[in-house]
Design a protein around this ligand. Structure first.
Ligand code: ATP
Ligand code: LTN
Length: 346
């Protein structure tokens, strides 16, 4: 080896980007809560991470779905992800059920999930109470499938709203248990919560989270609502009778609006309080509505264009499914071997 070669500076190996993964159910047009708590951040993470995002259609089967609606909503959810800024050239975007590894690992992990821990999941308890006529086994093992979604891709971080932290903790527990029995197969993922807006509340009942499946459309802003609808919904948002814009424990309605306004405009609570000093709730609600409508305008426009181009959407989700199949297949093959399933002959 020449001297020159020996003294040449060693090139720093480029750091491998960490993996981000998240999913959203195709149970309706996304709300402002989904956007602020999750999807908005997904787009912002694309530069610095290897991002995988998917439409969790298998999860939505835990609630009875009309087949035609589910097909339509799944395509819409996929288009909404793209419309909200997820770039399929930068991120892997796909539809969960197109990648068979999810259901397969979901079953294997269900066999490693304990009845007791699944019984403690608050989402299960909430949804079981809401759909008392259909408390099915899938609703119960929902977290095992969610763990499979995450662990298949060896994700480092999972950006979600605050309602999903218990499922993330469950995922880590199952992964830990599995690794303890079979050797190190899964990376333990961490939740990635936004500093603000991890839980946006219903506009009609600020004690409840804003949800796409809430029967009252006035309770939520859909990210495709037009400006008039947005203004009307904010005007009728439930607040209190004090007429003083400030962030305080006993003002959940105003706190919620302040959070929304703060996330969308980047203003601090202090700046917002100063801006509306001496003004009533009417002015404040108008300002929140205008800011939200502006923020959502490009999404409305992108969505209108994308949903008209079915061929592009199909081509994009096919490309995503192929790549997701390859990546998840590696973990699945390892798992199958570890637990003693004969190698797949196909
Ligand atoms: P559903 O009404 O069908 O239960 P949802 O509106 O609760 O649906 P999900 O598909 O369960 O939405 O959630 C998608 C993502 O949006 C998750 O990361 C979740 O944490 C986040 N999210 C949902 N609702 C809110 C909310 N009100 N505030 C902040 N984040 C939210
Ligand atoms: N359970 C989530 C949706 C979801 C998900 C995931 C989120 C399904 N699989 C994997 C993050 C990672 C929800 O209801 N919001």
């Amino acid at each position: 080896m020449s001297d020159e070669k020996m003294t040449a500076p060693v090139e720093a190996k480029p750091e491998k980007k960490k993996i981000i993964l998240s999913g959203i159910q195709p149970t309706g047009i996304f709300t402002l809560g989904n956007y602020i708590g999750a999807v908005r951040n997904w787009g912002q993470l694309q530069e610095d991470y290897n991002c995988y995002y998917f439409v969790a259609d298998l999860h939505s089967l835990t609630i009875r779905q009309d087949p035609a609606d589910l097909r339509k909503q799944s395509l819409e959810a996929f288009a909404l992800l793209l419309a909200a800024g997820i770039d399929p050239e930068k991120s892997l975007v796909f539809i969960q059920s197109h990648v068979r590894s999810h259901a397969e690992l979901g079953w294997i992990l269900a066999c490693n999930s304990m009845f007791g821990e699944l019984s403690r999941m608050t989402q299960f308890k909430d949804k079981a109470a809401k759909h008392a006529d259909n408390v099915n086994a899938g609703l119960f093992t929902y977290p095992s499938l969610m763990a499979a979604d995450i662990l298949l891709y060896q994700a480092d971080y999972v950006p979600v709203g605050a309602d999903q932290t218990q499922h993330l903790e469950f995922t880590r527990n199952v992964a830990n248990r599995f690794n303890g029995i079979y050797g190190n197969v899964f990376k333990l993922p961490e939740a990635f919560l936004p500093k603000e807006g991890a839980k946006i509340m219903s506009l009609q009942d600020p004690a409840k989270k804003m949800s796409k499946s809430d029967p009252n459309p006035k309770s939520r802003i859909s990210i495709l609502d037009d400006e008039d609808t947005i203004m009307r919904k904010f005007r009728s948002a439930v607040t209190d009778s004090e007429a003083h814009v400030c962030y305080r424990d006993d003002k959940p309605g105003i706190n919620n609006l302040m959070t929304i306004y703060s996330v969308v405009t980047g203003k601090t609570y202090g700046q917002i309080e100063a801006e509306f000093e001496g003004k009533g709730y009417g002015d404040f609600k108008t300002a929140v509505g205008e800011a939200v409508s502006e923020e959502l305008r490009p999404i409305r426009e992108n969505f209108a264009r994308l949903i008209g181009d079915k061929a592009y959407l199909e081509e994009t989700y096919k490309m995503g499914a192929e790549r997701a199949e390859r990546i998840s297949g590696r973990t699945l093959a390892k798992v199958r071997k570890k637990i003693g399933l004969l190698a797949n002959p196909f």
